[in-house]
Design a protein around this ligand. Structure first.
Ligand SMILES: Cc1cc2nc3c(=O)[nH]c(=O)nc-3n(C[C@H](O)[C@H](O)[C@H](O)COP(=O)(O)O)c2cc1C
Length: 181
């Protein structure tokens, strides 16, 4: 079993990005288990590092126990969401004990427009490289939620192919990175 920790950077109940993550999960090869992190965390405060909040510890444990991490981000003001940055900041601490270092990872994102969280993903990619994740380069998916989901909120048939290709490439990336350890 290959375990994937999923970090969805939106707390919105009907989040496009959560729907996108669930679509990736549905189209992933058998044997991959997706576990969704709780990102409803206290605001990062370095004063709290000596006594980590339990929710932040749970996030670190989830990531450390997973074979790979999938980051799913909305675009807020041309960057990735504060919710996701906050979670990444917790997971990266204390100094020298980042949960992300060496983890096979990929990113994907949706927004309600044709640009499909392009700028958010570019900014997030920079952070994930700095954190020394083993980041999948291709394929990239910039997901337009207005055309990518149908009127029932399901993945549009036109999007099935490229989301399946992304899911397959990601799980392969995780499994080959883990085997190479
Ligand atoms: C504060 C804020 C800023 C936003 N900025 C952008 C933006 O820069 N680019 C964009 O494509 N969409 C932007 N949006 C629209 C989001 O893409 C849209 O709200 C989307 O549904 C968020 O993802 P979610 O459905 O997973 O919550 C913004 C939305 C909010 C609330």
């Amino acid at each position: 079993m290959t375990t994937i920790a999923v970090l969805v950077g939106s707390l919105r109940k009907d989040s496009y990005n959560l729907r996108l993550a669930k679509s990736v999960e549905r189209l992933a090869p058998e044997g991959a288990e997706f576990v969704y992190a709780n990102l409803n965390l206290p605001l990062f405060n370095q004063d709290l590092e000596a006594d980590f909040p339990p929710e932040a510890t749970a996030l670190k444990q989830l990531v450390e126990g997973a074979d790979g991490v999938l980051f799913v981000t909305p675009e807020y003001n041309r960057s990735f969401s504060g919710v996701l940055k906050n979670a990444i900041d917790w997971g990266s601490r204390p100094w020298g004990q980042s949960s992300f270092a060496g983890k096979p990872a990929a990113l994907i994102g949706a927004s309600g427009g044709a640009l499909g969280a392009t700028q958010a993903q570019a900014a997030l990619r920079n952070v994930l490289v700095f954190l020394d994740t083993k980041l999948m380069g291709q394929p990239e998916v910039y997901f337009n939620a207005l055309t990518g989901f149908d009127e029932n909120g399901e993945l549009a048939s036109s999007a099935e192919g490229f989301i399946k290709a992304f899911a397959e490439a990601f799980v392969k990336h995780v499994e080959s990175s883990s085997a190479a350890k």
